[in-house]
Ligand binder design. Structure first.
Ligand code: SAM
Length: 247
């Protein structure tokens, strides 16, 4: 995995807590987008599986499906492995690959792909490689489920709350702010705070690049690889299902 930049090396502690509201809101739409995938002979690939909320959603929606979860960040992988170990339904069906998607050894065929809250981590050239590689592996009837989140073009985003969770006597709060940072790119500045009975611990701050993509550009990129990108679920979810264009 040499060359992979782990943007979650510090903030990984908070991701499961703070991304959970996204899954509570849009998990049902993701499940709907996965419905009917031909999982009999090939695994579903979860790209950047994080703490495993998408894996759990897929296993619940697709009885019997095998899931291959690619996750390069050791901290997030630990949460994912703990989630898989604690649930017999996941333990037998989820394989965790400690890898960056760009260098991972993937099976020849995948029945479908989840790529949620992750596509902005790939620079345009890398994204091109990702589409080419996934399109080639997608089984007949398979689909890639991906989401886009605003801003879709490089734009400054003022600091705003991004999530909150209470565990015991502590309250965990995340804030996000973005700066336009060149063509097709922003830098996210994230702040994580733990509010306890004794006040607030020094915040954890991280910054990482994020490549923006418009829905139209996604459609064009997909089409260049013989895939049709169709919006699915509520508009706020930003979900698209990419499927092979009918010949
Ligand atoms: C915001 S988290 C989303 C996690 C999960 N998909 C979810 O929605 O809960 C982004 C994830 O993408 C992973 N990631 C970043 N770059 C990656 C790459 N090149 N290959 C695979 N995963 C990557 C990160 O390690 C992180 O787990």
């Amino acid at each position: 995995m040499s060359g992979h930049r782990d943007d979650y090396a510090v903030s990984g502690e908070y991701i499961d807590l703070l991304i959970r509201p996204w899954w509570d809101a849009f998990g049902p739409a993701v499940a709907e987008a996965l419905r009917g995938l031909p999982t009999g002979d090939a695994p579903l690939l979860d790209v950047g599986a994080g703490s495993g909320l998408g894996v759990a959603c897929a296993v619940a929606e697709l009885p019997g499906a095998e899931v291959l979860a690619v996750e390069p960040s050791p901290l997030l992988r630990a949460v994912l492995l703990a989630r898989a170990a604690a649930d017999p339904a996941l333990r037998d069906r989820v394989t965790v690959l400690a890898a960056d998607l760009l260098t991972a050894r993937l099976p020849e065929r995948v029945s479908g792909v989840l790529a949620l809250n992750v596509i902005g981590h790939f620079a345009p050239d890398d994204r091109e490689r990702v589409w080419a590689d996934l399109a080639k592996r997608l089984a007949p009837g398979g689909r890639i489920v991906v989401n886009l989140a605003p801003p879709f073009t490089p734009t400054d985003v003022p600091k705003a709350p991004m999530g909150e969770a209470r565990i015991g006597r502590n309250r965990y709060a995340g804030h996000a702010e973005a700066r336009a940072d060149g063509p097709d790119r922003i830098t996210w500045h994230m702040t994580y705070e733990v509010h306890g009975e004794d006040g607030v611990a020094p915040p954890v701050e991280v910054a990482y690049p994020w490549w923006t993509l418009t829905p139209d550009a996604l459609r064009d990129e997909a089409a260049a690889h013989g895939l049709e990108a169709r919006p699915t679920g509520p508009a706020e979810a930003g979900l698209f299902a990419l499927e092979a264009t009918a010949a």
